[in-house]
Design a protein. Sequence first.
Length: 202
Amino acid sequence: MTGEAIRRVKPAALCSAVCRAEASPIHRQKGAAFAALLRCLPCLCLSLVVATPVGSAEPPRRVVGFVEKVLVGSPPRLFEGKIDTGADSSSIDATNLIQTTRSGQIWIEFTVARVDGGSAQLSGRLARYALIKRGGGIIRRRPVVMLDLCLGSVLRSVEVTLADRAGMKFDVLVGRNFLHGHFIVDPARTHILEPECIGQKK
C-alpha cells in the first residue's frame, strides 16, 4: 500500500487491516500470535481515541459534603442545605404562600422561616403541584416552583417543592434533580464548597 493510499484510509480501518495481518495463519504457525497481539494493542488504542468525539467527555463532577451552603432564588438568599441523594427533587421550607400573576404566568411568593430564627422572602414561577406524604399517612398537595440554586460554581434552575419543613434541621433539601451529573456526595464531610455563582448566567 503506497503512502498516498495509506493517507486516504481511515485510522480504524488501517488498524483493522494491520491486526488481521498480524493474526494471519503464518504468524500463528510460527507461534507468534501473542507477540502479534501485543503489536496490535497500540493501534487498537489509537482507533479508540480517534473514534471518540472531542466534545463527548463529561464535565468533572465536584465533591460535596452532607451539608453545604446553598444560594436560592433571585436575588439569591443564603441557606444551609442538606444534600440528599435519596430525594428525587429539591425542597424548601415555605409558609405564608401567596399566589400572584406575572406576564400571564402564576408565581408563588412565600416566606422561609429559617432554622436560625430569621426569615427570608422568596418567589418562584409555579411549575406544577405535587402530592406529599407526611408522617401518619397524611397526603398534602404542595406547589412546585422553579428556583435558581447555586452550589459551588454550579447554577441551575430546577423544580423545588414548597414544603412544610417545620421541625427539620435544614431549610433546604437539595435532591437529585439538581445534583445529577454534576456532583459526588461524601457523607462524611460538610461545607466543602462555597457558592460562586453571583453574576453568573445559567
